[in-house]
Write a protein that binds this ligand. Structure first.
Ligand SMILES: [Zn+2]
Length: 89
């Protein structure tokens, strides 16, 4: 798992709250930033998290329930499918 060079959207979402808290290891931060540079859905999510933090002052696990993550990942996968330019078959 730690050997994976490119992270998935699901992993990126899981890393975003730590990223915003400055809690990520440099290696993870770089991988996340590379993903964000490449992925409009996740950078939009990062902006949303920033806005949430600006409003609430902090972000905790309760702000990122498994259900919320699952819903976001669903959106991201759809986004990627629609932007891949490939037909499903
Ligand atoms: Zn992504």
């Amino acid at each position: 798992m730690a050997m994976t060079r490119d992270i998935t959207c699901h992993q990126a979402v899981a890393l975003v709250s730590d990223y915003l808290e400055g809690a990520l290891a440099r290696r993870d931060r770089r991988r996340l930033e590379r993903h964000l540079a490449d992925c409009g859905a996740c950078s939009a999510y990062l902006d949303q998290m920033r806005a949430t933090i600006a409003l609430s002052g902090s972000v905790g696990p309760e702000d990122l329930s498994n259900e919320a993550v699952a819903r976001l990942v669903d959106v991201f996968e759809k986004y990627h499918r629609e932007n891949s330019g490939e037909s499903p078959n």
